[in-house]
Design a protein around this ligand. Structure first.
Ligand code: FMN
Ligand code: SF4
Length: 435
């Protein structure tokens, strides 16, 4: 999209982009000043009008979520989800690293709109440097009267804390995250009650993703109509995409959600094509948990609706892992299966046992000891675990089912050929050493 002006990444590459002075000189905190003069309900309405859909994976409309908070609440929390543990996803990290004040501004506005007294920004433990960068920015904001008592003289008070995770993927799930902030093991909670009614410390709580809250700043600055002028129907606003794998220019890119996978992989402004003249064999386009598309399905639009037309769970984190034609599909299957088996928290039998069985089968297939019926067993198992058939507490198991099912379905002929030849695949030594 040659004529697209970056919005979320506008400050990336600017010298000292992390500092409050630079952020303010480039128009930062004007949206907050405007917001504090509005009634909180007006902000909720503006975000609802914009139809800002959550960027954390599920695409739930942020403004609508905020209206689920009970009217008579006395204490409210905002949790900012910066866990970003979905494999190949690194867009939140880029926002935190290059423009922490954009996130802080979006957090304060959203906290004000939802009448939250405290905001907890949850960061995965591996974000070590980003934690210090963000903490410095929070300290600057406190010193400038942008956080703490009577923000900008408005009478609105907000405390903001960073909470660091301990390295579990499931802590990105909103109720696992809440448990983790409470100092407990990050086990997702049975819902209902949903966090809006009973969340952190059993109080009404909103959980939103880092990128979602960064978008709030721009909706306040430029309005809902401007936001809806970007992207296709139902998938409005600026969006970050990550591309990794054997492409010429892996990275984090911004654009409207009219972009196709082909644009992202081959576009001059994006990943610029494959390295070493290789072909695209497959892509996991929404992080690993949404499923796989083949090299013939690159016209898929990276919006909230098209991925389901390709058998995927959704857009997910819009982080595309590109797989080239030199890669053994059995290794892809085994890596994905292993991830979910290792990350299942174990509370639900279907998820705990199902992910581990699938991993064992995938490993056996990769090692050249698979049976043709294993492919049917894998497909059948993916239909018998997850929230969608109503059998699990959280969505991790659906996130395991979709990639495994789509890999097996879309590459079945290749699996069958390997199984008939019974030749071992390329085992990833780093991973196999663990097992
Ligand atoms: C296993 C699992 C892991 C998740 N990890 C994340 C994550 O790292 N970051 C995130 O924002 N949402 C994650 N989510 C989604 C959250 O539960 C929640 O929907 C999201 O934070 C809401 O923010 P949003 O509405 O702004 O997208 C995860 C969900 C599941 C089931
Ligand atoms: S679905 Fe899996 S990860 Fe989620 S609560 Fe159940 S066992 Fe834990």
């Amino acid at each position: 999209m040659a004529d697209y002006e970056p919005i979320l990444l506008a400050n990336v590459g600017v010298e000292n982009s992390r500092s409050l002075g630079v952020y303010r000189a480039r128009g930062g905190y004007q949206a907050l000043a405007k917001a504090l003069k509005m009634a909180p309900e007006q902000i909720v309405d503006e975000v609802k009008d914009a139809n800002l859909r959550g960027r954390g994976g599920a695409g739930f409309p942020a403004g609508v979520k905020w209206t689920f908070l009970p009217k008579d609440r006395t204490r409210t929390y905002l949790c900012v989800n910066g866990d970003e543990s979905e494999p190949p996803t690194f867009t939140n990290r880029v926002l935190i690293e290059h423009d922490p004040h954009q996130l802080i501004e979006g957090t304060i506005i959203s906290a004000y709109a939802t009448a939250a007294q405290a905001a907890y920004i949850y960061l995965r433990v591996e974000f070590h440097e980003q934690f210090h960068m963000l903490q410095r920015a929070i300290d600057e904001a406190y010193a400038a009267g942008l956080l703490g008592k009577s923000i900008l003289g408005s009478g609105y008070d907000l405390e903001c804390y960073i909470h660091r995770g301990a390295g579990a993927y499931v802590c990105g799930e909103e109720t696992g995250l809440i448990e983790s902030i409470e100092g407990k093991r990050g086990w997702p909670r049975i819902k209902p009650p949903f966090p809006a009614v009973e969340g952190l410390f059993r109080r009404p709580t909103v959980v939103n993703n880092v990128e979602t809250l960064c978008n709030v700043v721009h909706i306040l600055n430029r309005g809902a109509d401007w936001f809806k002028s970007i992207g296709p129907e139902g998938s409005y606003g600026p969006k970050l995409f990550a591309v990794s794998g054997p492409v010429k220019r892996p990275g984090c890119y911004e654009g409207p959600m009219t972009i196709t996978l082909r644009d992202l992989i081959f576009g001059d402004e994006y990943a610029q094509g494959m390295r070493n003249g290789r072909q695209v064999k497959a892509v996991l386009p929404g992080g690993v948990s949404m499923g796989v598309v083949t090299g013939d399905e690159l016209d898929m639009v990276m919006d909230f609706s098209d991925p389901v037309n390709y058998g995927l769970l959704g857009l997910g984190t819009a982080a595309a892992v590109v797989i080239d034609d030199a890669t053994d599909i059995r290794t892809v299957l085994r890596s994905v299966a292993r991830f979910f088996a290792m990350e299942s928290c174990g509370q639900c039998t279907q998820c705990r046992e199902g992910t581990m069985w699938m991993y064992k089968i995938a490993k056996r297939i990769e090692e050249g000891a698979g049976r043709l019926e294993d492919l049917d067993i894998l497909e059948e198992t993916t239909g018998n675990l997850g929230m969608m058939p109503g059998l699990s507490i959280c969505g991790l198991s659906d996130g395991a089912a979709f990639p495994i099912r789509t890999i097996v379905q879309k590459f079945r002929a290749e699996f069958e050929e390997h199984i008939r030849n019974q030749k071992s695949g390329s085992v990833d030594l780093a991973l196999s050493a663990v097992n």
